[in-house]
Design a protein around this ligand. Structure first.
Ligand SMILES: [Zn+2]
Length: 202
């Protein structure tokens, strides 16, 4: 069974109090994010990391405070979620084509987006076909928005999808719990980081 870790938006603007769109309490999951990242590296598990990469005055900023503008410090991923051999896959259709060999060899693919739903990036479909995982382990911020989009979108592709509850953070505890309940009702598996780092029980 091929496993891929799916790390959602673990960027400085979301994770830390000085960030532009800080998720209260998100710093509590940072150590666990690092453990998952190191585990993936040690076990040759690829990580797909989604990352907001906004332009200035992006349409999303009508709804949310400006955050994760490409090229700013806050747009960077937390250091312990980054592997040395990462490649960045942008938002432009066809970006994937020239990168196929590098993507196969990379321990981490940073997949950029300009909207909450990673599936708005036209390269996601071809990327998932290329990595061809049987099992996705999803975590990050925030549970009821970007993590939800990623987890449900992956479920629709028929893979086994696990959502790591103690490596994710919600803005609203109640909304986060609702997402986990609906995710399980759709066939997803809610797990913990400790369980996700063991061989899966079928
Ligand atoms: Zn955003």
């Amino acid at each position: 069974m091929k496993t891929v870790f799916f790390d959602v938006d673990t960027q400085l603007d979301f994770l830390f109090p000085a960030g532009a769109l800080y998720v209260p309490g998100a710093e509590d999951i940072v150590n666990t994010l690092g453990e998952l990242t190191r585990f993936a590296a040690a076990n040759e598990i690829q990580i797909i990391s989604t990352a907001d990469a906004h332009i200035e005055n992006d349409v999303e900023f009508q709804l949310w405070k400006p955050h994760c503008v490409a090229g700013t410090a806050g747009q960077q991923k937390a250091a312990n979620t980054l592997l040395s051999h990462s490649v960045v896959l942008g938002n432009v259709p066809g970006d994937l084509d020239a990168m196929r060999p590098r993507i196969r060899e990379s321990s981490q693919i940073v997949l950029e987006k300009r909207a909450v739903d990673i599936f708005t990036n036209p390269n996601v479909g071809p990327l998932l076909e290329l990595v061809n995982a049987d099992r996705y382990v999803v975590y990050g911020v925030v549970t009821e928005i970007c993590v939800q989009c990623a987890a449900f979108g992956l479920l629709e592709r028929g893979a086994r999808v696990e959502l790591v509850s103690d490596a994710s953070k919600a803005l609203s505890i109640g909304e986060g719990q609702n997402v986990l309940a609906r995710f399980e009702a759709r066939g997803g598996i809610v797990t913990t980081a400790a369980s996700a780092m063991k061989p899966p029980q079928l």
